[in-house]
Structures are given as C-alpha cells and as structure tokens.
Ligand binder design. Structure first.
Ligand SMILES: Cc1cc2nc3c(=O)[nH]c(=O)nc-3n(C[C@H](O)[C@H](O)[C@H](O)COP(=O)(O)OP(=O)(O)OC[C@H]3O[C@@H](n4cnc5c(N)ncnc54)[C@H](O)[C@@H]3O)c2cc1C
Length: 354
C-alpha cells in the first residue's frame, strides 16, 4: 500500500493555489491500489477527497480533515484487437491518472477525431466525465463510450455506458451523486479521420476562416483552439498570473421560459442561445460584465482575470479560498440584483460554500 503523509499542504496541488493541509495524503499508481485505498478509508469511516490535477477545485484554507488520494494511474490502451468499435471508430481506453491534454495531443497525432477542440484543458482523464468537460463546441459526452468505476456504495467495480453517465451541460450522474463513483478509466470512441469533427463554435470557425459545420485538419483545430485559449488565459502558464484560476468559475445559466421572459424584460436584446429543448442559455460573462464587473476587477489579492470575465484568479498565489469566495459572492449577488439570475459555481468546493 502507498505511503500516507500527514499535513501535506493542498494549495500546490490546485491551480488556484488555495487549500490548507490534508490530514493524510497518499497517491495511487494502479487501479487496484486506488480501489483498495478508498475501500479501506470507507471501511474506517475516514472522509476521502479524490484529487486529479486540482484544476477544478476550491479547497478551504483549513484544509481537508480526511484522506486525500491523488490519482497517479497510467496507461493508454489502443492495441487490443477489440479496440475498434463496430462502426469503425477507435476505442481508446485511458487510465484516470493520465494527463488530459497529452491524450488530446496524441489523438490529434494518431488521427483520432472527436476531442481536438478540448485541447489545452488542464487536469486528468478521470475527471473529464465528472463535469462532462467541454469547450469550443465539443464535450466528452460526444465521445465517451464507457467509464470504468468503483462504486463506493456497493463496493463493486464495473463499466457504465455513456447513457448511464447521464451527461448534460457541465453535468453528469457523477455530479448528481458526488463522491459515490471513483472513475478508474475512461474509454473514448473516436472517429479514425485526419479531419476534426464539424466546427460548431462561431469564434473557432472565424479563427480558422471556415463556415460553421466545416471540418479542418486535426492539427489546425488543435492549434486554433490553443491560440484562442491562450488569449483568454485558459491554458496553464506559470508566467501568466491570469491562469492561476479554476477555469470558468461560473457556468452559463440555463433558464426556463418564464425566467427567460423575466430576463428579457430587464435586459432587452441580451445575448442568448436558444436550446433545442426550449430552454435558453445565457452567457454568464455578459451578465457579469453588465452587472458592473469588468475584466481585471480586483478585490484585495484576488481579481477577475484581465483576459476572461468568467475566471476568478489568485494572481500572486498568496490569497486564500476565503478571499476568492468573497469575490465570487460579490459577483454572484451583483448579477442577481441586476438581472434576477443566480449564477452557479463550476468548480467543486471542498470545505467551503458560496
Ligand atoms: C485554466 C483552466 C481552464 C479550464 N478550462 C476548462 C474548459 O474549457 N472546459 C471545462 O470543462 N473545464 C475547464 N477547466 C476546469 C478543469 O480543468 C476541468 O474540470 C478538469 O476536468 C478537472 O480535472 P482535474 O483532474 O484537475 O480535477 P480535480 O480538480 O482534481 O477534481 C475535480 C473533481 O473531480 C473529482 N475527481 C477527480 N478525479 C476523479 C476520479 N478519478 N474519480 C472520481 N472523481 C474524481 C474530484 O474529487 C473533484 O470533485 C479549466 C480549468 C483551468 C484551471
């Protein structure tokens, strides 16, 4: 069994650089080790925090009073003879501890299409199904074929189909029942093609100089996405303080018809995306800016990114979670006061609340 260390500060393990010490900290290098560590902690009644790349976490300044398990499993399996889906797609099974963007880079190099627009997203593979990671018109629900999980409620290891994962916008069945399932590995079904999926995002199409729906060489899609993301401070870079964030702090609110009508009265002509199911998605960045919080808005040692309204940042890395959450509350309450819409946080809050 892996070593347990006491009092390990968590801030260095998160991209926001917040978080006090973990009572106990360990790493799991194999699936069996991961399951055994969590099963034993559950048996002992010890709280567990599963840690991936720490890029979607706000951890309390008081730390975590339990066991933090860092997922360090490795392996990408594409060689098995059964690794081709019935429809010709490649089935790529990846251990939870693999770096997500390294996987995307490999998919682009190998000619496996379907995740290229998810280039530059930090974190590990095992976290991608949790919030159905997405950007620039793609999300992993479009390519996840199966997720291997350890179910802490039943003590069993098994495979969930994509349908069983209950994917929605930045949401999944895993988020619905937080902590119950530990993701051990994810199988993606990827089209064997030198071309990207149809470009579905206006800004990306414009950068590539193509129409919506066009397909472009995989490497071109990846490069264009990385350029767009760097311009917004959304690719981790130690030299760019705007990237000391958890990515977008708020999700784009999805309103029912009544709420949408109420917002239209308060803000005639506001930007909106009409969804096929009759709901209306509103760009959270527009709400935030128009409620009086521009890019670079500062509160003590934390601020809204100077490049991207949705990212709350800890530029020096010296502020705590409490300071960051005070800014998040000010923004959330300001938007509610002006527009009557409650913004919801995207990152997982550990030991703190908004
Ligand atoms: C600069 C920046 C840009 C970003 N851009 C995007 C973006 O474009 N789109 C997007 O969707 N997200 C984005 N994010 C958010 C984040 O990168 C993703 O949510 C990512 O998938 C989180 O992965 P992680 O390994 O860092 O997870 P962590 O932050 O370590 O964990 C997140 C949650 O998942 C749980 N978890 C982690 N691993 C497992 C596992 N194996 N089994 C069960 N639970 C687990 C944790 O307990 C926690 O609740 C961005 C973040 C940053 C910092």
């Amino acid at each position: 069994m892996a070593d347990r260390l006491a009092g390990v500060p968590l801030a260095p393990y998160t991209t926001l650089r917040t978080g006090g010490p973990a009572r106990a900290f360990t790493q799991a290098r194999t699936q069996d080790e991961l399951v055994a560590i969590v099963a034993e902690a559950d048996h002992e009644g010890e709280p567990v925090l599963v840690l991936g790349g720490g890029s979607n976490l706000v951890v309390s300044d008081g730390g975590f009073d339990g066991l933090v398990v860092r997922v360090a499993t490795r392996g990408v399996d594409v060689t098995a003879p059964n690794s081709v889906a019935g429809d010709g797609r490649a089935l790529v099974t990846v251990q939870a501890g693999e770096d997500w963007d390294a996987l995307v880079a490999r998919c682009v190099a190998e000619g496996w299409s379907g995740v290229e627009c998810l280039s530059g997203i930090p974190g590990l593979v095992g976290s991608t199904p949790i919030q159905n990671v997405g950007a620039y018109g793609q999300d992993v629900s479009q390519t996840v074929a199966a997720v291997r999980v350890y179910d802490r409620a039943t003590g069993e290891v098994g495979d969930l189909t994509a349908a069983e994962c209950g994917f929605a916008y930045r949401h999944s069945a895993f988020k619905h029942d937080p902590g119950r399932h530990m993701v051990l590995a994810v199988t993606y079904a990827l089209e064997r093609s030198p071309l990207s999926g149809p470009v579905a995002y206006k800004e990306l199409a414009a950068r590539l100089g193509v129409e919506i729906g066009a397909r472009v060489p995989l490497a071109d899609a990846r490069e264009a996405v990385l350029e767009l993301r760097r311009g917004k401070g959304m690719v981790l870079d130690p030299d760019d303080p705007d990237t000391r964030s958890a990515g977008s702090f708020f999700t784009n609110p999805v309103l029912g018809p009544e709420e949408a009508a109420a917002l239209a009265l308060r803000a005639p002509g506001h930007p909106r995306w009409d969804m096929p199911d009759g709901t209306v998605k509103i760009p959270a960045a527009w709400l935030i800016e128009n409620a009086g919080f521009p890019k670079g808005y500062e509160k003590g040692r934390v601020r809204i990114s100077t490049k991207h309204t949705l990212a709350l940042t800890n530029p020096s890395g010296e502020a705590g979670a409490a300071e960051l959450l005070a800014l998040a509350r000010e923004v959330r309450d300001g938007v509610h006061e002006k527009f009557g819409v409650w913004l919801v946080n995207e990152p997982v809050l550990v030991g703190v609340s908004l």
